[in-house]
Design a protein around this ligand. Structure first.
Ligand code: BGC
Length: 245
């Protein structure tokens, strides 16, 4: 099945057609900057622009940086407040003219990694952590996802963890890898104490540079980079789409 996978991020909106049987991108992905303030209609128009560039009429899966219940965005951390309570499923379907299915972005990335990537065949508890503008989490047990976990907002030194250990914070504060690894270690150690996972998979743009910080981590649980690197969100969003089959 061919599905257009879209990953809506705090800085960019990316998309590519995906073969959901193999997890392979069928064309080079398109990336467009996220409109300022990331309000509903402008974001939907960017998604429509991406769909049009591929002349897309088939199903679309959209990974979105918020918990999603029945297509509705429940919270807004790094996007406009106007999303809260918006039926994103309907808005994207109307604006693109394609059947769109919404899923939380980290859940999408996790699905891709569990099916085709770093978590394939992992029977235990696997936590996917995406490090980008925010911190996203997806928790799997025996391959089953517990959707909409929001542990990027776990409190760390009196702040949301994503305000201390996201990749955006690393870049903004120009943290050395050593300093950043220390913050990430603290975050992962807290997650480890809460969930006792068998594996952490790190996704997001930063997964490309994993050799710079993963060796500096000192937790018990193995930590590995996402195999799809930053493309996991696109592939997983495609996997989550309603396809009528
Ligand atoms: C949002 C999550 C999202 C994560 C990564 C957080 O701020 O609350 O829903 O998965 O950022 O984008």
């Amino acid at each position: 099945m061919q599905v257009l996978g879209i990953d809506v991020g705090g800085s960019g909106i990316k998309g590519a057609p995906v073969d959901t049987k193999t997890g392979k991108l069928l064309a080079e992905r398109i990336r467009i900057k996220t409109p300022k303030n990331a309000e509903p209609q402008p974001v939907a128009e960017v998604v429509a622009e991406i769909a049009n560039s591929f002349n897309w009429k088939k199903p679309v899966g959209i990974g979105f940086p918020a918990p999603i219940k029945s297509g509705i965005a429940m919270m807004a951390a790094n996007i406009s407040e106007k999303w809260v309570g918006t039926n994103a499923d309907d808005l994207f379907t109307k604006t693109t003219g394609c059947d769109c299915t919404m899923i939380n972005d980290a859940d999408a990335a996790g699905l891709a990694e569990m099916k085709f990537g770093a978590g394939k065949g992992q029977p235990g508890t696997v936590i996917m952590v995406t490090l980008g503008t925010g911190i996203g989490t997806a928790i799997f047990h025996r391959g089953n996802l517990l959707p909409n976990t929001e542990f990027g907002h776990l409190e760390m030194n009196g702040k949301d963890a994503e305000h201390r250990a996201s990749d955006a914070v690393r870049q903004r504060d120009d943290l050395s890898w050593k300093k950043y690894a220390k913050r990430l270690n603290k975050y992962l150690a807290a997650m480890e104490n809460l969930f006792w996972p068998d594996l952490f998979i790190i996704g997001g743009g930063i997964s490309k540079e994993s050799e710079k910080y993963i060796p500096l981590l000192k937790i018990e649980t193995p930590v590995i980079p996402a195999q799809f690197l930053n493309e996991a969100g696109i592939v997983g969003a495609a996997l989550a789409a309603r396809t009528g089959s």
